[in-house]
Ligand binder design. Structure first.
Ligand code: AMP
Ligand code: AMP
Length: 339
């Protein structure tokens, strides 16, 4: 039987992914920037570390990785560091549907997908619309919340759009929803045709999570603007009465994706980023079609995976388990994308 190696870039959720792969019996490999490799060498579950000077050198390694029968597990650093369409150019077996990435990467297409799936979405505005409520303006790309701003009228919108972050004209204006942000981590299993809830978190964002610690008069005197740069995550368990909505939303998104990019649709780990309002309504602000860093909270499983699997099950391990099962059943093509 072919022996496969689970490989990923050494960043973001690499530790969780490779720990999970090792727990499921795979060989593991991390591709690391030279000065970060010392961190990854500390962990025994990583069998092999290849050092590179910058992430774009990944592509030159592919022949070497092929010889080791590597399966690539993508995460947030692939989007951030491999350049535009970086994921799509990967020629090794890849866990996830690459056809969905173009839709995910375009905020308008992504919005249409989620809306047509039947999710509750914040309204989208164009620059020429009358701004009659609070809006949040997002620069394009997976910027991790960096450089967003809030405006409550057209004047404020114009001023914000004149700053450097937005000069390239690539941005998205969305109704700002006042509530609490809740990130829903799912896994869709193509083998079992089943949606699983892996965990729930919220992000710790600077400085928006810090401004509330300063009296409002001082905020006003110092003209403090909120920013949303993520630096970590908190665990959350939701009121149980909210869980039916959580499952229904995930299922709707997966079902519609099977029409959008047939036959596989969205599979593997994904995350719905939501805001819950005081009347317990979920608004979906974004989707990530891969493992999100908030799953790092649950290397040993979450309350939800504990209920479902009855054994420690991180998202990283869940990915490896799906691949392992697919190998055993001779159904690898159903869970991997090949170029
Ligand atoms: P890093 O490997 O930390 O440089 O992150 C790679 C990409 O993933 C960047 O675009 C980050 O903004 C994003 N990222 C890293 N950690 C998190 C997190 N905890 N939540 C959301 N995004 C993250
Ligand atoms: P995103 O890059 O879309 O994940 O957003 C980063 C952060 O901005 C979120 O975690 C929220 O704190 C905030 N945010 C994004 N969109 C909205 C929205 N429509 N309403 C309120 N807050 C938002």
């Amino acid at each position: 039987m072919i022996k496969y190696t689970i490989a990923t870039l050494a960043s973001h959720s690499c530790l969780q992914i490779l720990k999970g792969a090792k727990d499921e019996g795979f060989a593991t490999l991390a591709i690391s920037i030279k000065d970060k490799a010392f961190l990854y060498r500390k962990f025994e579950f990583i069998d092999d570390i290849i050092e590179i000077d910058n992430y774009r050198q990944y592509f030159a390694l592919e022949n070497k990785l092929k010889k080791k029968n590597c399966i690539i597990i993508p995460h947030g650093s692939f989007v951030a560091y491999l350049g535009s369409c970086g994921d799509e150019k990967i020629t090794l077996p890849y866990f996830g549907n690459k056809k969905i990435l173009e839709i995910e990467g375009n905020r308008v297409k992504q919005h249409n997908w989620l809306e047509k799936s039947g999710l509750n979405m914040p309204r989208v505005f164009s620059q020429t619309d009358r701004i009659d409520r609070m809006v949040i303006v997002k620069s394009n790309g997976a910027a991790g919340g960096q450089g967003y701003f809030i405006a409550s009228n057209n004047d404020e919108l114009r001023k914000g759009l004149n700053t450097d972050n937005f000069k390239n004209g690539k941005y998205f204006i969305q109704e700002h929803i006042l509530g609490v942000p809740v990130y829903l981590q799912y896994f869709y299993s193509p083998l079992h045709k089943r949606l699983e809830l892996m965990g729930i978190d919220r992000r710790y964002e600077t400085n928006v999570d810090g401004v509330g610690r300063i009296p409002s008069v001082i905020q006003i005197e110092n003209k403090i603007e909120p920013s949303y740069t993520v630096i970590g995550n908190f665990p959350i368990v939701l009121r149980e009465s909210l869980l039916p909505q959580v499952y229904t939303m995930g299922e709707k998104v997966v079902n519609y994706s099977q029409k959008l990019v047939p036959p596989k649709g969205l599979y593997g780990p994904f995350c719905l980023e939501t805001i819950i309002t005081p009347n317990q309504q979920f608004f979906c602000i974004e989707i990530s079609c891969r493992i999100v860093a908030g799953t790092n909270l649950y290397v040993n499983g979450s309350p939800y995976t504990d209920l479902f699997f009855g054994q420690p099950m991180s998202t990283g391990r869940r990915i490896a388990r799906e691949i392992k099962e697919a190998i055993r059943l001779g159904r690898l093509k159903e869970v991997l994308d090949y170029l």
